[in-house]
Design a protein around this ligand. Structure first.
Ligand SMILES: Nc1nc2c(c(=O)[nH]1)N[C@H]1C(S)=C(S)[C@@H](COP(=O)(O)O)O[C@H]1N2
Ligand SMILES: [Mo]
Length: 316
């Protein structure tokens, strides 16, 4: 059994967001008002803005300690806000996430435009700690808050012709200044086979560390597919389309020799320009020992059957 395989974790093994944010609040107060503010009794406990109500899903969570909130929200890939890791945190303030509309179309009985509130409302939130493995051979452990994508998709009653699902990010260069540069063919587009989309591990995230997603992490809703390279986990979704044919995906369009449609994490298939056998865990120091990358990012037992009989060198 692999090291990252989901197992039951003890609540004491992770820092609850209440504690995490309380520490930050006390620290900020101390900096602003002197050491007396450090006395907890001076701070009445109150709900923090943007705090979400959720339960912990230990069955699907990795046991590894999550990365710091600082790393998760300051080391990002979100090319709509620039190509440097620090760009999204700096530039994503111009994204307006309210009001937000998601268009559902294609091979489904229920289609149309839905307000974000209607998309989210019926779904109880849970926390899942997943390892995000970027195709650039680094990774992070992230405590997401959200709900299974399958629960959302079923509400639209996909027809028997719905073999794939395509997702699109907002396209608005006024709000997303990186879209003024043709680094990718905007809008960012991604897709999953319908059985991948319906797999219980596939997740819609609306929060991180118990709070509403910061814009740089893909607010107000983004996909998380933990056994695939990070680029499949498309951010700030405005369109969901059920299709009969395999949809395009942005990184495949940009560099077809380097990025495929499936993008399953696979230590045995190198990127043409670097090895995928190991990865650097962010936050452990640049010179920390690299970790071996696991097949399907540690989820082989859960998802390998989806690809039985497929040549994963050809369908990378
Ligand atoms: N719309 C959009 N979604 C995106 C990206 C992007 O540039 N644009 N980058 C992807 C890549 S390469 C990764 S590794 C993850 C990073 O997610 P994080 O910044 O929340 O860790 O988002 C993915 N989703
Ligand atoms: Mo990535």
């Amino acid at each position: 059994m692999s090291k990252y395989r989901p197992r039951r974790i003890l609540p004491s093994e992770i820092t609850p967001p209440e504690v995490f944010f309380d520490r930050r609040r006390l620290l900020a107060a101390a900096l602003a008002g002197g050491a007396s503010a450090l006395l907890p009794a001076a701070e009445p406990s109150q709900a923090q803005p943007g705090q979400l109500r959720y339960t912990r899903n230990t069955r699907y969570s990795t046991s590894e300690p999550p990365n710091d909130y600082e790393d998760i929200t300051n080391y990002n890939n979100f090319y709509e806000f620039g190509t440097e890791k620090s760009d999204p945190a700096r530039n994503a303030g111009s994204l307006r996430t309210h009001p937000w509309t998601v268009t559902v179309s294609g091979e489904a009985e229920v289609t149309g435009q839905f307000a974000l509130e209607d998309i989210l409302k019926p779904h109880p939130l849970e926390e899942r700690i997943y390892r995000l493995r970027c195709v650039e051979a680094w990774s992070m452990i992230i405590p997401w808050v959200g709900f299974p994508l399958a629960d959302l998709l079923k509400r639209f009653k996909p027809t028997s012709k719905a073999k794939y699902v395509e997702f699109r990010t907002l396209h608005d260069p006024k709000q997303m200044p990186g879209q003024r540069f043709r680094v990718l063919d905007w809008p960012y587009v991604e897709g999953l086979r319908i059985d991948e989309a319906m797999h219980p591990l596939t997740f819609i995230a609306v929060g991180v560390y118990g709070r509403v997603l910061p814009n740089q992490n893909g607010a107000p809703l983004r996909l998380v597919v933990p056994w695939k390279y990070g680029f499949k986990s498309i951010k700030s979704i405005v369109s969901i389309r059920f299709t009969e044919k395999q949809p395009l995906n942005s990184w495949h369009v940009a560099q077809p020799d380097e990025y495929g449609f499936y993008a399953n994490v696979n230590p045995n298939v190198d990127h043409p320009r670097w090895s995928q056998a190991t990865e650097r865990l962010i936050g452990r120091g640049f010179f920390a020992k690299r970790q071996p990358t696991l097949m399907f990012n540690g989820y082989a037992e859960e998802v390998a059957h989806l690809y039985s009989g497929m040549d994963l060198r050809r369908y990378f």
